[in-house]
Each structure stands twice: as structure tokens, then as C-alpha cells.
Design a protein around this ligand. Structure first.
Ligand code: HDE
Length: 700
């Protein structure tokens, strides 16, 4: 549990019955008291009637004269702004960054040198492909964008939860996104990559194979936004006081550890609660259980970079931790949900080009293109070059320049001078050579052209390295994900091309996927520019091997009914809460249940609307009669079958056991009587029962 003071959601007066009066037409008016603010137009004119438009007579036409109606409707008509072309669906929160290790040797950026200082920030975590109303749990990369409001200006670190990208050059981005978005003639699929145009493009883009391994892995099925990593992806530069620059990669690691759902679970969550991730983040922050990430850097010199078996400027490559270890330098805590979703989460405008003195770009051609794209997109999305004046985008340090006017200008500068240099306004802002932003003094030479560096030619070695680094369970999930996605294609030649690529990554993977797709012979692998290197496995890339031994942030579901045993419930509640998790009680109806000792217990969720996919592990505590009744309820049987199928720990008492039998659930290490055994249940709940998987599902 975080130590920071909890931020409670604003209290709303609820349950206060409104005093209503009835108008001539039977419409209701809510009575206002003198101490309530007057409802007004945008011009401040008080409104006497907000229920009826102005009519020529009781049954007559509405009058054009009704400026109140016209203003209200016109404003409503313009309430939407274009959603982001990518990353449209996102959840944001305020927080802070605190440095605990100075990088003074490498940079002048105060945010990275002043230990103990808390820098305010706004974070937005998003899916990529779906529209703003799409669900939270498709198989997709998560955007991980942070706006730090530093003392030296805003620094936007606009990353993803995957450390590499699909393409090596920005010029290919519109094609990639057109291919993954819904197909233009039919308008589907929404928020899904399992369709022909995506895989057609990918099959013709061998540089995307490393990213393909990541997106088909469990990384793109996060259990919670609090359980994902974040990566700056590109190499950046840090510049120190002597003007010397060092390359850097940025990493975020979640305090709660990495955790993913299974595919079947993610699909069912999307139906049960399309806002699963957003709600979970909101609840955690509202309860003072603040999400936290460690911030780390990988620092390396040009000489070290030259010795890597890949080009670090190629965004389809990562630098294994075994090669350049991570140095933890600080932490990020998210502790305040926005007051208004539109004003903040929707209007926040991230731009990788927003850097501060002491931080600079590398020549990564993808990053170079991004430096243009984001500012351009904000202009069309927010409609004005003054988007920086929107509170969530404005720096929190002083800022002043001679930029003027434009749509929706909020500032009202005074005086006759709007240029620099000048002699007429002594107190007007000036350039400061010493503290101002300077680019790294990098020498550039060579022949101009539309060129791809030869050092970018190896497309399969790191894809292979990622695959062989995974646990056997994760490898199986990855293979099954490929089978699922490719099975959706109408054009078999795309499937064939993809399996051909897999042969360069790992023959056994190609074999698994080929068999899963019903291929008799494996297709020939495509030509490669360079031989695939046999890079060593990097265990740091696993999820399962790196899960944290904790129940913090997890939720345990108790299936109960009238007559459930109070002592068993209490024992589970105590143990689970001690372990840092939350308990939610589910019953056939919402309200309360009366336990066997006569006590009443509040119920958090109605069974049909609260399936077991909402929980990390479940406990079934029922009287014999309740078990017999629930055995006839499909929702109760599904609750248990899904918990078992999703490899969750299941605890039970005697009645619970009867329901398990009725659901046809056998026993294994993760299915246990809780009597005298609550601690074993808590231990089992911290992970999935991986050994069970092959007994419930045929994996590729
Ligand atoms: Fe983005 N990307 N991107 N991207 N991206 C956008 O900017 C773009 C890339 C990322 O929560 C857009 O404000 C190009 C890599 C995040 O508001 C747009 C290229 C990475 C977000 C855009 C890339 C990202 C965006 C759409 C290839 C990880 C959401 C709306 C050259 C390092 C930020 C917007 C938020 C959003 C362009 C590739 C991350 C169109 C041209 C690589 C997290 O400007």
C-alpha cells in the first residue's frame, strides 16, 4: 500500500430527494434555493427555464429568436474533437516523478540531477488500434506517455509498453496504421489486428518480425495498467555541462510486477467490463492505492554502441539488460485522477519533440519522423497553435516569448513590443545562451539520399532472441496467438508468407504455427540480407519468470449465498487483505446475504454481471442448499469453469466443493479446501496454475 495521502473522489450529495414542481405541460422543474448558483448562458445571462424552448404558442413552432436554445444546441454539436488517429482509447492520471539517483555526470537536466525533488506529471496509457470507445482489453500494444512539468519546461516521454517498434523509418507509419485499423471498405474489425490488411502489410515488412513476437506475446494482454512496463523505445542523448553526450534508453518498471491475462480471459473481460483497465486504475487511485513505477536508464557511449551486434538507432532492436544493465534513478507515482476526462485526458497533447536542456534526440529515423508528426497532429486535433495554453498542456514553470494571436488565444499581452531582439521593452524575454536548450554537437557527413543503413538489415536475430527467452508457457501462448490471428485471414497466401518468416525466427515455432493452421508442408523461408545470429536468451524478457511474489493490487472473488459460513469468509478475508489484495463478494442478487450465524454481509457484485474473469482467484463458500441451487445456475457454473480454465487458484468449503463437482471441475494443486489452508490458497493466488493449462486447452 502506498504511503502517500489518499485522494478521495469529490463527494457528491447523493440520496437528497429533489423538490419538484410541475409546469403547465406536466414537465418537472427542480426547485432552486437562493444559495445555489444561477444557471446562465455562456454570456452570463441567467436562465429561467431550462426545460422548454421558446414557442410561438403552446402547440406552435419553436422560434429562431430562442438564443438560449441555439447557444446550447450549437455548443453541444461541437462537443467532439477528432479522436487520435492512433492511441484514441486512453486513461490518464496526474502524479509526480521523484529522482533518487543523480545523473549529473551525464546531463544538465534538473529533473535528472536534483535528487529528492518531486516533478509533477501527467501520464496517459492507451491502446493503439481501437477508437476512443473501444474496449480496454484487445490484444494490442499499450501507449505509455508521460508529460513531466519540469522547472525547465515540459518534457514528454512518449513511449510504449513494448521496447521495439514495427518499422525502421517514419515514412512507413501511415501504411502500417492504415493496415491495422478497420478496413476502409467495410469498417471492421474494430481494435483488432486479426485481419488480412494488417498481416498482408506485416508479411511484406520483415523488419517488423521482432515486434510481431512482442505483440503476439502475453505483453499485449495486460492484467492491469498498473502491471505493465514502459519504454522510451528510441535511443536519446543526455548532454552534460561540458557538452559531452551519452546515449540513453528509458525504462519504467511497475511496482506491482508484470502480469497478463490469458487470451480467453481478455475476450470475456471485454464483454463483462469494457472499461476494465480504466475502472481499475480509477478505483486504485481513488482508494489511495497509488500506481507506482521505477524509472531506469541504460547509458552507453558511442564506442559501446559500435560494439553491439545491432544498430541501436534501429527502433526494431532493444539493448538486452545483460549487455547494458539498467540503473534505477527514480520513481513515478500516479496519485490524482483528472477532474475532467475531456479537459485533461482527451486534450493532453504529447510531443516527443518536447525535451528540456540536457536531453536531446538521436538519429533514429523513426524518432526523427515523430518529431514532426505529433506537433502537426495536435494542431488538427486541438484546432489551434495555442493548444499549449490548455491547462493540462501548459508548463508549470514561467514561460514567455513573442508568439502571438491565433485561434482561441487566452493570453492578453500588453505593450507595443512583440518581437526579439528589441530596445523598447527592457523587461521582455531574451535568449539565454548558457541555460537555454542546445543540441548535441554531433558531426554529420556522408551522401544524401533515401537510404536505409546497412546496419539495419538484420530482421530476425532479436525476434529469435525474444522467442527463445520466454518460458515454455509464454512460447505456447505466442504460437497460439499467431494461429488465432492468421486463422482469421481470408487470403491463404498471407498465412503462407508469415509462416515462411517464422522459419527464420525458430523452426519449432514455424512448425507449431504451421500445424495449428493445418499446413501439410512448411513454406519456404524468404531471402534474407544477412544471416540470423544465434543471440543468447535474455531471461529479463519473460513475464512469468519475473512476476512479483505478491498479491498487492490483485482482487479475490468470494462466491456466497444466504447460509454461507461466516468463519470461513472471515478467515479468507483476513488472509487476503493481509497479503495486500482486495476481496469482493458475489452472490446471485445484489444487496446482502445472511450468513449461517445470522450476520449480514454486503454484496459487491451480482453473479450474472460479475463473472470470475474480474478476479485473480476465487473462493466458493456455500451452504449445501445454496450449492444445490447454484448448480442449476449457468452463471455460477461458468464462474467456476472459467476460473479453472483461466488457471486461477480456487478455494472452497464443503458446499463450494459440491458446486465444483456439479461444474465438473477436478482437483489439482490450485484447487483446495480452505479450511486450515488459507495460507496455501494465498500463495497459489499469487500466480497462475500453469501446469493446469495443457489439461484445459490445446495450445499450438
Ligand atoms: Fe505515435 N503517434 N507515432 N508512437 N504515439 C501518436 O499523436 C506517430 C510511435 C505513441 O496518449 C499521434 O497525439 C508516428 C512509436 C503514444 O496522447 C501521432 C510514428 C511510439 C501515443 C503519432 C509513431 C509511439 C502516440 C496520434 C512513427 C512508442 C499516444 C495522436 C514515426 C515509442 C499519446 C497524437 C497520447 C500518438 C504519430 C510511432 C507512441 C499521429 C508518425 C515508435 C504513446 O502523432
Amino acid at each position: 500500500m502506498s504511503k502517500e495521502k489518499p485522494v478521495q473522489p469529490k463527494t457528491e450529495k447523493s440520496g437528497v430527494a429533489a423538490t419538484l414542481s410541475v409546469g403547465n405541460g406536466g414537465e418537472w422543474h427542480q426547485a432552486a434555493s437562493d444559495d445555489q448558483p444561477a444557471l446562465t448562458t455562456n454570456q452570463g445571462v441567467p436562465i429561467s427555464d431550462n426545460q422548454n424552448s421558446l414557442k410561438a404558442n403552446p402547440n406552435g413552432p419553436t422560434l429562431l429568436e430562442d438564443f438560449i436554445l441555439r447557444e446550447k444546441i450549437t455548443h453541444f454539436d461541437h462537443e467532439r474533437i477528432p479522436e487520435r488517429i492512433v492511441h484514441a482509447r486512453g486513461s490518464g492520471a496526474h502524479g509526480f516523478f521523484e529522482l533518487n539517483h543523480s545523473l549529473e555526470k551525464y546531463t544538465t537536466a534538473k529533473i535528472l540531477t536534483e535528487v529528492g525533488v518531486q516533478t509533477p506529471l501527467f501520464a496517459r496509457i492507451s491502446t493503439v488500434a481501437g477508437g476512443s470507445g473501444s474496449s480496454d482489453t484487445p490484444r494490442d500494444v499499450r501507449g505509455f506517455a508521460i508529460k513531466f512539468y519540469t522547472q525547465e519546461g515540459n518534457w514528454d516521454l512518449v513511449g510504449n509498453n513494448v521496447p521495439v517498434f514495427f518499422i525502421q523509418d517514419a515514412i512507413k507509419f501511415p501504411d502500417l496504421i492504415h493496415a491495422v485499423k478497420m478496413e476502409p471498405d467495410r469498417g471492421f474489425p474494430q481494435a483488432a489486428s486479426a485481419h488480412d490488411t494488417f498481416w498482408d502489410f506485416i508479411s511484406l515488412t520483415p523488419e517488423s518480425m521482432h515486434m510481431v513476437m512482442w505483440i503476439m506475446s502475453d505483453r499485449t494482454l495486460p492484467r492491469s495498467l498498473r502491471m505493465i512496463e514502459g519504454f522510451g523505445v528510441h535511443s536519446f542523448r543526455l548532454i552534460n555541462a561540458a557538452g559531452v553526450s551519452t546515449f540513453v534508453k528509458f525504462h519504467w518498471r511497475p511496482k506491482l510486477g508484470l502480469q497478463s491475462t490469458l487470451w480467453d480471459e481478455a475476450v470475456k473481460i471485454a464483454g463483462a467490463d469494457p472499461d476494465f483497465h480504466r475502472r481499475e486504475l480509477f478505483d486504485a487511485i481513488s482508494n489511495g492505492d497509488f500506481p507506482e513505477w521505477e524509472f531506469s536508464v541504460q547509458l552507453f557511449t558511442e564506442a559501446q554502441a559500435d560494439s553491439f551486434p545491432f544498430d541501436h538507432l534501429d527502433p526494431t532492436k532493444l539493448i538486452p539488460e545483460e549487455l547494458i544493465p539498467l540503473t534505477v534513478i527514480g520513481r513515478m507515482v500516479l496519485n490524482r485522477w483528472p477532474d475532467n476526462f475531456f479537459a485533461e485526458t482527451e486534450q493532453v497533447a504529447f510531443c516527443p519533440s518536447h525535451v528540456v536542456p540536457g536531453i536531446d534526440f538521436s538519429n533514429d529515423p523513426l524518432l526523427q519522423g515523430r518529431l514532426f508528426s505529433y506537433l502537426d497532429t495536435q494542431l488538427s486535433r486541438l484546432g489551434s497553435a495555442n493548444f499549449n495554453q490548455i491547462p493540462v498542456n501548459a508548463p508549470k514553470c514561467p514561460f514567455a516569448n513573442q508568439q502571438r494571436d491565433g485561434h482561441m488565444q487566452m493570453a492578453q499581452p500588453t505593450g507595443r513590443v512583440s518581437y526579439e531582439p528589441n530596445t523598447l521593452a527592457e523587461d521582455s524575454p531574451r535568449e539565454h545562451a548558457k541555460t537555454g536548450f542546445s543540441s548535441a554537437a554531433v558531426e554529420e557527413n556522408g551522401v544524401k539520399g533515401r537510404i536505409r543503413a546497412a546496419s539495419f538489415a538484420d530482421h530476425y536475430s532479436q525476434a529469435r532472441q525474444f522467442y527463445i527467452s520466454l518460458s515454455s508457457f509464454e512460447q505456447a501462448h505466442l504460437a497460439s496467438a499467431l494461429v488465432f490471428e492468421l486463422s482469421k485471414l481470408e487470403h491463404p497466401h498471407i498465412r503462407t508468407a508469415m509462416v515462411g518468416h517464422l522459419r527464420h525466427i525458430e523452426e519449432s515455432l514455424a512448425q507449431r504455427v504451421g500445424v495449428g493452421l493445418g499446413m501439410h508442408d512448411l513454406p519456404t523461408a524468404p531471402v534474407t540480407a544477412v544471416a540470423v545470429q544465434q543471440l543468447p536468451a535474455s531471461p529479463a524478457l519473460q513475464i512469468i519468470g519475473n512476476m512479483k511474489d505478491t498479491l498487492e493490487g490483485r482482487v479475490i472473488g468470494l462466491l456466497l449465498a444466504d447460509g454461507s459460513d461466516a468463519a470461513s469468509i472471515e478467515a479468507v478475508q483476513n488472509a487476503v487483505i493481509r497479503a495486500g489484495a482486495v476481496v469482493k463478494c458475489v452472490a446471485l442478487t445484489i444487496g446482502q446475504v445472511t450468513l449461517e450465524d445470522g450476520r449480514v454481509l454486503d454484496i459487491d457484485g451480482q453473479l450474472a454481471g460479475t463473472p470470475s474473469v474480474m478476479f485473480d482467484a476465487v473462493v466458493i463458500i456455500l451452504s449445501d442448499q445454496a450449492a444445490a441451487k447454484l448448480a442449476k445456475e449457468a452463471a455460477a457454473v461458468d464462474f467456476i469453469r472459467d476460473a479453472f480454465g483461466h488457471l486461477k487458484a480456487i478455494g472452497f468449503d464443503r458446499g463450494g466443493e459440491a458446486l465444483l463437482k456439479a461444474a465438473g471441475i477436478g482437483s489439482d494443486e490450485g484447487v483446495m479446501a480452505i479450511e486450515d489452508n488459507v495460507d496455501s490458497f494465498v500463495t497459489a493466488a499469487k500466480t497462475r496454475q500453469w501446469g493446469r493449462e495443457t489439461s484445459v486447452r490445446t495450445l499450438a
